[in-house]
Write a protein that binds this ligand. Structure first.
Ligand code: AHN
Ligand code: ZN
Length: 330
């Protein structure tokens, strides 16, 4: 990492010197465009890991449960502690079976008055059923969602802590969506609709926390803590926000994380970013694991999605990459 930083400094200095020769007014000759690469602060993976664990320690975060309420309060408190302007968006949302979910999207805004913004998303609820568990007896058991839920939020809480220490130039919104993971369970015999997933993001995309809200782009983190995770260029992200995929994957390679961020196209995922793209029309990408052997990660939607699947190196690769991107937006 040290070598990388030095290489970047040298490159940045070279560009600056070359611009300042001549009339002293900088790049007026139109030859080279000045591109200074800023090194973001160091994302602390131990800290992110603790935020993942703190959520898992509440138990499953299923809407309409006490554990869900307690974890929501914890998340809002952390964002406030880290200097964000916090908005709680409460909504009654309807699940696939008609049940009303008492949902809460939690938004932390930095520099809320700035127009230049980037939105960072993750879902904080967990799936009410381990319907992919190999043991059928577990199919109605709620999951702990260490990776599927807590990991993305954990990374974003660490980013919030870092922003509070050193703010990037642009405004940042950290948005925790609720009711993402209550999509129609496998055991349900009736119709399965895509819109049964991502209820919190659908709601926010229709009714954002700030009227007329907009952002330059968005980045969704979903299941970003698994050991050995690989992130391919997800298809819906490519359709709606290809330049942002390019930006993020390029940055990941620059800082040495190309073994996580594979520069190849992958499949499409019905995830929160699809609704943010289609309804809110904010170009948004999804950093979500994919593999040839198993869809997302081996313990997806099983009782095995515990702290044991979380790897700090993956949290670091994703967290640092996202930070390098946002600290370089002007
Ligand atoms: C579907 O399985 C349709 N979408 C995946 C979205 C998801 C579930 N992300 C985490 N859990
Ligand atoms: Zn899930």
């Amino acid at each position: 990492m040290k070598n990388y930083w030095m290489a970047v400094s040298a490159a940045a200095m070279f560009v600056c010197f070359s611009c300042n020769t001549g009339n002293g007014k900088g790049a007026t000759t139109g030859q080279t465009e000045e591109k200074t690469v800023i090194k973001a602060p160091d994302f602390n993976a131990d800290s992110a890991y603790q935020y993942v664990k703190a959520q898992v320690d509440f138990g499953p975060r299923v809407p309409n449960t006490a554990e869900h309420v307690a974890c929501g309060n914890y998340l809002a408190k952390k964002l406030e502690e880290y200097g964000a302007k916090v908005t709680n968006q409460y909504a009654d949302l309807t699940a696939y079976d008609g049940k009303i979910l008492k949902a809460r999207n939690i938004i932390g805004a930095y520099k809320p008055d700035l127009k230049k913004r980037v939105a960072l998303f993750a879902h904080w609820d967990t799936r009410p059923w381990a319907d992919k568990d190999k043991d059928e007896a577990n199919h109605h058991t709620p999951i702990l969602g260490a990776n599927d839920g807590a990991s993305g939020v954990g990374v974003l809480l660490e980013i919030a802590r870092q922003i509070n220490l050193q703010e990037p130039t642009i405004g940042i919104d950290i948005i925790f969506f609720d009711a993402e993971d209550g999509g129609t369970p496998d055991f349900y015999e009736g119709r399965h609709e895509e819109t049964s997933w991502c209820l919190g993001s659908q709601y926010w995309s229709r009714i954002p926390h700030v009227q007329g809200y907009n952002a330059r782009f968005g980045i969704l983190l979903d299941m970003v803590g698994g050991k050995g995770a690989t992130f391919y260029r997800e298809a819906a992200s490519m359709k709606y926000a290809k330049s942002i995929v390019n930006k993020v994957w390029k940055k990941a390679k620059e800082i040495g994380y190309e073994t996580y961020f594979i520069n190849e196209n992958g499949g499409g995922v019905t995830d929160d970013h699809v609704f943010v793209n289609q309804i809110a029309r904010i170009p948004t990408i999804d950093i979500v694991p994919m593999d040839e052997d198993y869809s997302f990660f081996p313990h997806w939607h099983t009782t095995g999605d515990t702290m044991d699947v979380i790897d700090k190196s993956t949290l670091k690769a994703v967290g640092q990459t996202v930070m390098e991107v946002i600290y370089n937006e002007k």
